[in-house]
Design a protein around this ligand. Sequence first.
Ligand SMILES: Nc1ncnc2c1ncn2[C@@H]1O[C@H](COP(=O)(O)OP(=O)(O)O)[C@@H](O)[C@H]1O
Ligand SMILES: [Mg+2]
Length: 511
Amino acid sequence: MEPRETIELSVLYRISQAVAHRRDIPALIQEVFDVLEKDMNMSFGTLTLRRPDTDVFVIEAARGMTPEEHKRGQYKLGEGITGSVAKTGKPEVVPDISKDPRFLNRTKTRKGNPVAFICAPIVHHRQVIGTISIDRPAVEKEKLEKDLEFLRLVANLLAEAVASIREQIVEQEGLKAENERLRRQLGDKYQPHNLVGNSKEMRSVYDQVAQVADSAATVLIRGETGTGKELVARAIHFGSSRKNNPFISVNCAALPENLIESELFGHEKGSFTGAAQQRKGRFELANGGTLFLDEIGDITPAVQVRLLRVLQERSFERVGGDKLITVNVRVITATSRNLEEAIRAGRFREDLYYRLNVFPIHLPPLRERRSDILLLADYFLQKYNEAYNKKIKRISTPAINMMMAYHWPGNVRELENCVERAVLTSTDEVLHGYALPPSLQTSDATNTALLPESGASLSTMVESFEREIIVDALKRHRGIAASVARHLQTTQRIINYRIKHLGINPQDYRQ
Ligand SMILES: Nc1ncnc2c1ncn2[C@@H]1O[C@H](COP(=O)(O)OP(=O)(O)O)[C@@H](O)[C@H]1O
Ligand SMILES: [Mg+2]
């Protein structure tokens, strides 16, 4: 048999490896328990963590328990042995748990042969943030003392990792709660449920939506492509008394010129080649509800005339027909074009413009409301986590910096696509900067050489990747380069060199 010290050393080494490569707390703890079970003859193991801002310690991970048993494991400070270790911050060993009245056996797992129970506190910044305990077949006291000492070492190894993962979780939950709070503060009435964003620009949009929704007024929504014009149109519809009737959306730019009239107004059988059946147009389909005409700046003069007539008279004929059809439709239009310029150029009728522009709503481009970027990114992260069954928990700081620095010519749609792609390609629980498209890997965000127009060079991407890993490690090790070097399994000389080269300031992470 190998001497105990050799085994212990190899166990500690493997645990430190697990700590360095950890993903989340459960995964890390399972790895640690694997090692303890195999090499230390541990039969049960539990790790409790303190609920933030409480005195309650909850079993976070366990070995040798069913999920039900696991759930029963909750201890208050000072309660039972676990609670006592949590309170005093001193490790304890109970040679035979059946003989210790303090042993609560709350999880009701232990029966049969005498077992010893060893519990060590996980201490971070002089605070007990959790406990780790193991069961072992009862042996003589002396051996158990050694086990205790050993478990204390394991707990120390885990403390930093557990604390930093917890911090991330708490931070994220805090952000979520804050979002929730802000949303509630705005009230359902003012923030349509489908719209995300808390900038003062968007709040003004919500006000306008609330103001106009329940009237029959025609609304013109202006804004660059991807700013959410269609969502706002829907919000108006669903905020109105028409909400149980259809919302029909037509993208005027997507329809060929010769089809748009029949699409909007319908046609009679045989009215043109290919019109084999009579067909209802979108105006008829939207009866009682709302018709949303997107890219209204793209319709031809002929369609402009017909549209003007419908808006004036609320009635029209189908293409190739003479029966007058009357409808009750609220019209909302949208455009990313400069209609005033189109009027000057003679491409858009001024009288139609005044008909449409009764209540204009302007949607500002995303780069002019940067405070919404993170809220939206977070929202899309949740959305695509669900859609793709992923469990990405946070967005890395470098990724956040890149998103904040970028000018988003494609606005929210582009942001949504970026997050979707990053979620889809992610292999861990973090949305990393290097998962974002090359167009975001700019000098602003990564502090490196300027990029060619076409995209990012390989070296820029590698550097942004490297920067992210080093900054991550610096944060974890509070700016101490020596610890970072150890963590990343390289030399301090190399780390210092890279830090300098990448223009990182370790001081920023010293706290
Ligand atoms: N404020 C917002 N909150 C949530 N999603 C948004 C928001 N604005 C835009 N989106 C999303 O971005 C994409 C583009 O929005 P859309 O309304 O089609 O833009 P536009 O009509 O201005 O081109 C859609 O997938 C939409 O769901
Ligand atoms: Mg659109």
